[in-house]
Design a protein around this ligand. Sequence first.
Ligand code: FAD
Length: 391
Amino acid sequence: MVYHGAVPSVELHQDLRHAVRDLCKAFPDGYWRGLDAARAYPDAFVKALTDAGYLAALIPETYGGSGLGIGEASIILEEINHSGGNAGACHAQMYTMGTLLRHGSDVQKREYLPKIASGELRLQAFGVTEPTTGSDTTQLKTTATRNGDRYIVRGQKVWISRAEHSDLLLLVARTTPIEQVKKRTEGLSVLLIDLREAVGRGLTIRPIRTMMNHATTELFFDDLEVPASTLIGEEGQGFRYLLDGLNAERILIAAECVGDGRWFIERSTRYAKERVVFNRPIGQNQGVQFPIARAHVNVEAADLMRIRAADMFDRGEVCGSEANMAKLLAADASWEAANVAVQTHGGFGFAEDYDIERKFRETRLYQVAPISTNLILAYVAEHVLGLPRSY
Ligand SMILES: Cc1cc2nc3c(=O)[nH]c(=O)nc-3n(C[C@H](O)[C@H](O)[C@H](O)COP(=O)(O)OP(=O)(O)OC[C@H]3O[C@@H](n4cnc5c(N)ncnc54)[C@H](O)[C@@H]3O)c2cc1C
């Protein structure tokens, strides 16, 4: 079912939740478990999601999308994780697309957005992080040097997820050397690179095997030539464009964590009722039920911040602190719920067939990516509380 219309309402949300849950039923635990063991990409799931129009939720109707808000988009991702799946396989299409939508030229939007909405083109890869500079984004070393009607891209990226499963890459590179700009946030630019043409012609993609199934990679740019028309917006303004998209990313990931948290709590509750030891369900013991209850409280509290951030975002209000706080609270709550689920399941928490250990590994990522908890605390300390910048 494809959703149209931008009016958010509780009813629509309920409809949307049920529709996403129905789609996810075709991809049960065993599907995700099998992919996890093989470290394989969920092609069939992503295709079903695309065909149903969900990955085009944020693309305006004029470009073939559903024109929904971040609130609805976040519900789609939440319900995927709540079903036991992993929206990390495809979530980037929602937030990377925003940079193109807000800052791309009319020609670029007409060229790409309808094809992304229909699934003809996949925009799943977002290239920011580098091995030597990490969280210190403005110091990134990859350069894109203008040469006539081309850019020559040179450098290296790390942890660029889904690059092998995407047609397009949104790349952040330095177009003016840092020594030549007044502020270190200047001189960065965003390029929309066609991976189908780049691979083997200056771009090498090398997969990185990680503790969870995340299709992440390293990218090596060795004088890759791309047309100057791949530039999004104005040259040198890329950092601003990047920041614009980050609030959306934080809110969407917060919703995934809420979905994870609910999944862990439901599984823990069910198991605690069923498992009988010492002639009583283990969930009758306060030592077992209180941690589950506390994790539930924390997931629900995090959800409120996520809803507030999403509402503010959709009203066009400044929501940097709410988006960051939602991401931190939700990541902490899902991680707490994951730990509780392992403990509640005893030995079975470690058994692959129960999926707890898989989801435990998957949700752990959000303490580190796309922004680590410490960096959010540093943001809140500086920008909300007015404390001196610590880094
Ligand atoms: C599976 C996976 C997928 C990813 N996908 C993508 C992707 O698609 N695209 C992309 O661009 N990136 C991606 N990333 C990268 C991710 O955004 C970074 O890992 C994250 O931003 C942290 O950067 P780093 O790993 O370099 O850690 P570092 O910056 O080296 O930090 C290491 C630790 O030190 C702490 N730290 C650093 N500086 C400070 C400070 N000043 N104060 C307090 N603590 C500090 C951090 O909080 C962190 O815990 C992904 C990462 C992973 C693991």
